[in-house]
Ligand binder design. Structure first.
Ligand SMILES: [Ca+2]
Ligand SMILES: [Ca+2]
Ligand SMILES: [Ca+2]
Ligand SMILES: [Ca+2]
Length: 1005
């Protein structure tokens, strides 16, 4: 349990909130606050002062006021008065000066509009000399500028009927409006016309015209319009019935001066209507930003893959809803498999976290399981439709953004390893098996309790599973774990020996399992509705992972001779030669056949009033992550009311059940049947939790729970695991919980690349996470990194891939850290005294901690942690924030929040510790003030590698645990209980480190 009694210490670390009685005592009436124990300030470390405004520009009406914050960097060691100068005081007014000192790096004030016009407010700051440190003072004042646009709050309307039509092609990429919507536009990236794959667009004509005001009939009701509705019409009306595969760029007229006084960009709501949204509603769009055009008017710019009618709006109470937010001072961030861990573990235990930050991971499983069934394991014509249309792997008709298609024989594989990250077929086969071991097999149900992760059919004693190595059970072989260089030399020698043994075991096992003589064969009687409805064809096991042989980006082409057992699926041996050949279908048996009609039980074409073009979804239940996330038709999952065939997961009626010696389960039981593994996967799926279909251990994700729980996620547009698309559906699920008036409990937004974040420099090479205006970002946000139309050179450098380019991975991490820090307004951001031996009793010292004193002094701990109940042992690493070990901070009981970091597949906690250089650097940045410095946090790197279970001596899994509780038992013992172990670890960290307990803070929604 956390130590709630120590809440009383909260004020010691509440830098801003307690500043009026700050812990440091003033040295004199003019000197201002001085650094407290463990803190330092030296004007010579930052040669120049920087001033910036948040927001950087304001538009407001005469007589109205808007709150603005001015922030200076670095810390002011001596008090300084900032001098405001309004260029034209008849247009707007503001205070004449701002006081800054060590405890006040920012100043909140109001700009008041006086009369229509544009002006600007400059602030000048000049630091005085400080002879004690040989600082001569700033030779010149530094200034910053706030752009101010005072204009009547009247909202632009549209009454002109003059519509335009523009032929768009590689030479004309923008369609402009006319008349009242002359500022509206639709742009297509030129690259869309220059390519031929699924991300290409043909030349087309687009119309721009006035739309009717959406606000009177929209959900939620009573939104204030910020401008007119504008209709964007494609030449081909069927384009309005589905999402495009890439986004287009829209601009619609707005008047930002019509925003309520305290409203920020995060309160913007974009309304949409079209044939697929007959009832106008708020939708999730990308890259929202207000821009002032050369003609002096404003537009809202954004990206969306949907053509139709758009309008900008805002709630009248935006920015005025104050709540007490309960902060736990914990967050979890992960990458890849760790991103999935952050999404799943964080959502399951949402009561223990303020924010989760899955960076490119399997944080949404509903869509992923469907995608794998349809594409990763698909691409074959069924027996009932032998002449089906065959698609090239990059040409499937999957109408959504950032999902690249593939099929079983052509897996996506972009070149550009290293920073790009890429997995071979063998890696993928092993990863899928690990996920099935830890999370459940969504593709089949094995009757043998020893191997529930395997496809239906083989038994644990069969050579394909057990292998034929004397004295070795090959069903799960651990990937060799190398020596831990933090261990003693003797231990490392032992570990190296173990590694060699593990490698030999895995090699021998795989060789024996993949020997054709070991293949599991059902000569007849293995039914499958798609590929073997009469059960007359042989169904066989096979191995995958032969070296890839295709052409980029579908290089991962199937080849014979792989050495990784494919445990999630079997093949239909059409030519009866006993081995799988290219083109032979693989079995998918995760659930009974169903029609994804939605809970109304009728598919679109049977809904009353259906018209393929003008009324394609009469009942309004068609799912889309951006425009209808609550829809249940085509939402990739069976729901109550949807028609299904009670014929068992093989899809064929009257076939023998497993209880009768057959292979089917669930036939005739009067209910929709999914495999046990599929049910286990959905039980931990954040999407299902957010829909209210799965209840997490942290309690229901109701309004109260969600108000204190945020998410930042990302994914590459070229990620081989489709993590940009996974993030789309994940954030879509955050849009599902609704208030009584139909408004979203959580605001949602997408971004494309870092330069589109509010406040960011438009040049991506100049991106600095510290400049991001978190006040302008919705509470559930997804950043898709990488450029859709990247050049081959950019792709070879990793652009948009699993990890990203060298720049992208750093930007991803730093943005993740700052997003977490933005939820912790009340934690220590003071500049710590230097780590070297400090003066005045401020030296680093040891603290009582069983991890050892060296660890505390270096701020970096590597150790093993054994869970008291799970008995699982795994390595962990802890990075303490700068200043943690300073005697002054220890004596004062200064406490810190905790960020848990989860590594990716095949890694271990040490592999992420290079990020400590980033966090440490930003937490001790003397060029910043405490307003812009990264919140000091303890970073704990948790273990997600598969280990040997101490009770049974069995491997938990092969290489990655996905941070889940395994369902398999070995000799009656549960093993691989990673979710439980993670909880034990959090308790352990709270007991052994000065972690900051919960507080309640004022929060504006
Ligand atoms: Ca329906
Ligand atoms: Ca429908
Ligand atoms: Ca459904
Ligand atoms: Ca059934």
């Amino acid at each position: 349990m956390r130590r709630f009694a120590e809440l009383a210490l909260g004020c010691l670390v509440v830098v801003v909130g307690c500043s009026s009685s700050s812990g440091s005592s003033p040295a004199g009436p003019d000197a201002g606050p001085v650094p407290g124990p463990g803190e330092t300030c030296d004007p010579t470390t930052a040669p120049s002062v920087l001033v910036h405004f948040d927001p950087p520009q304001v538009a407001l009406a005469p007589g109205e006021s808007r709150p603005v914050r001015v922030i200076i960097d670095p810390d002011m060691c001596a008090p300084v008065t900032g001098t405001f100068t309004m260029k034209d005081g008849s247009i707007a007014s503001a205070p004449s000066s701002a006081p800054f000192d060590l405890r006040h790096p920012s100043f909140d004030f109001e700009v008041k509009g006086e009369k229509a016009g544009t002006t600007s407010l400059a602030v000048a700051v000049q630091r005085p000399a400080d002879p004690s440190v040989n600082f001569a003072g700033d030779p010149q004042p530094t200034s910053g500028t706030l752009a101010i646009d005072v204009r009547a709050s009247a909202v632009p309307k549209c009454s002109s009927t003059s519509a335009t039509t523009t032929a768009l092609s590689s030479s004309t990429t923008t369609a402009k409006g006319a008349g009242d919507v002359a500022d509206a536009s639709l742009s297509v990236p030129a690259g869309a016309f220059a390519r031929t794959d699924e991300l290409a667009l043909p030349a087309f004509s687009a119309g721009v015209a006035c739309g009717g005001d959406l606000t009177p009939t929209a959900t939620p009701a009573k939104l204030l319009p910020l401008g007119p509705a504008v209709t964007f019409t494609p030449q081909d009306p069927t384009w309005l019935t589905h999402s495009l595969k890439r986004e287009l760029t829209f601009a619609i007229p707005v008047n930002p001066a019509a925003m309520p006084e305290a409203a920020r960009l995060r309160h913007l709501q974009v309304l949409y209507s079209g044939p697929m949204a007959k009832k106008p509603r708020v939708v999730t769009i990308a890259n929202p930003h207000f821009s002032k055009l050369p003609d002096g008017n404003w537009v809202l710019g954004f990206e969306s893959p949907w053509l139709g009618t758009y309008q900008a709006a805002v709630a009248s109470n935006a920015g005025t809803v104050h709540v007490k937010r309960h902060l736990t001072h914990r967050a979890v961030l992960g990458i890849s498999m760790g991103g999935g861990g952050a999404g799943i573990f964080g959502t399951r235990h949402h009561d223990q976290f303020d924010m989760i930050a899955p960076l490119g991971g399997n944080s949404e499983l509903t869509w992923m399981v469907w995608y794998f069934e349809q594409f990763k394991f698909g691409g074959f014509c069924t027996v009932s439709n032998p002449n089906c249309t065959k698609y090239a792997p990059n040409m499937y008709p999957l109408w959504e953004t950032y999902a690249h298609t593939e099929d079983f024989d052509h897996w996506f594989f972009q070149p550009g390893g290293g920073t790009g990250g890429s997995f071979s077929r063998g890696d993928w086969t092993q990863i899928l098996e690990d996920f099935a071991i830890m999370g459940g097999n969504p593709n089949g149900q094995n009757a043998d309790p020893a191997i529930p992760f395997m496809v239906t059919g083989p038994k644990s004693t069969d050579p394909f599973v057990a292998g034929t190595v004397q004295g070795t059970n090959c069903d799960v072989t651990i990937d060799p774990i190398g020596p831990n260089d933090n261990d003693s030399l003797a231990m490392q020698q032992q570990e190296a020996t173990t590694e060699m043994q593990q490698q030999a075991t895995q090699n021998n096992c795989r060789a024996s399992q993949c020997d054709p003589k070991s293949a599991w064969v059902a000569k007849t009687g293995f039914y499958d509705a798609d590929y073997n409805p009469k059960g007359t064809l042989p169904v066989i096991s096979f191995c995958d992972g032969a070296p890839q042989s295709g052409a980029s980006p579908y290089e991962d082409v199937w080849g014979a001779g792989g050495n990784v057992p494919s445990d999630l699926t079997l093949a239909v041996d059409l030519n009866g030669n006993g081995v799988r050949d290219l083109g032979e279908p693989v079995i998918r048996q995760g659930h009974e056949p169903y029609t994804d009609t939605g809970t109304d039980g009728v598919a679109d074409a049977s809904e009353p009033g259906y018209d393929a073009t003008n009324n394609p979804d009469p009942n309004g239940d068609d799912y889309d992550f951006a425009i209808n996330p609550t829809g249940t038709e085509n939402d990739h999952i069976w729901e109550q009311g949807e028609p299904y065939l009670d014929v068992g997961v093989d899809g064929v009626a009257n076939t023998p059940q497993q209880s009768q010696g057959g292979f089917d389960v669930g036939e005739g039981d009067g209910q929709f049947t999914m495999t046990a593994g599929a049910q286990q996967v959905l039980a931990v799926d954040p999407h299902q939790m957010l829909r209210g279909h799965a209840t997490p251990p942290g309690g229901p994700l109701d309004t109260a729970a969600l108000q204190r729980f945020d998410v930042w996620t990302d994914g590459g547009v070229r990620d081989m695991a489709n993590f940009a698309a996974v993030g789309n559906h994940f954030i879509g699920s955050w849009a599902v919980p609704r208030n009584a008036d139909g408004s979203q409990v959580k605001s949602t937004v997408f971004y494309d690349n870092f330069e589109n974040l509010p406040g960011a420099d438009p040049n991506p090479n100049n991106f600095l996470a510290v400049q991001v205006l978190w006040q302008d970002i919705a509470s559930a946000a997804h950043l898709r990194f990488g450029y859709v139309d990247a050049t081959p050179q950019m792709i070879s450098q990793g652009d948009g891939q699993h990890v990203g380019t060298a720049t992208q991975i750093v930007d991803r991490l730093v943005t993740g850290f700052y997003s977490v820090g933005s939820r912790w307004p009340d934690v220590d951001r003071l500049l710590p005294a230097p780590l070297a031996t400090g003066a005045g009793g401020n030296a680093e010292t040891t603290t009582v901690n069983e991890l050892g004193t060296t660890c505390e002094i270096s701020g970096h701990c590597d150790t093993y942690f054994t869970g008291p109940t799970t008995h699982r042992t795994g390595p962990i690493a802890v990075t303490l924030p700068p200043g943690y070990a300073l005697e002054a901070n220890r004596k004062a009981g200064v406490r810190y929040p905790v960020l848990y970091m989860l590594h990716g597949y095949g890694q271990d906690p040490r592999d992420l510790q290079a990020t400590a250089a980033i966090t440490d650097n930003y937490m001790r940045d003397s060029q910043k003030s405490s307003a812009d410095r990264l919140a000091k946090m303890i970073v704990v790197y948790a273990d997600g590698r598969c280990r040997i279970d101490p009770t049974t001596n069995a491997p938990e899994c092969i290489r990655g645990t996905f941070y889940l509780n395994e369902h398999r038992q070995v000799d009656g013992h549960p093993i691989g209980q990673l979710d439980d172990w993670f909880e034990e670890l959090m308790t352990y960290i709270d007991r052994n480190y000065r972690t900051l307990g919960p507080t309640d803070v004022d929060w504006v929604e």
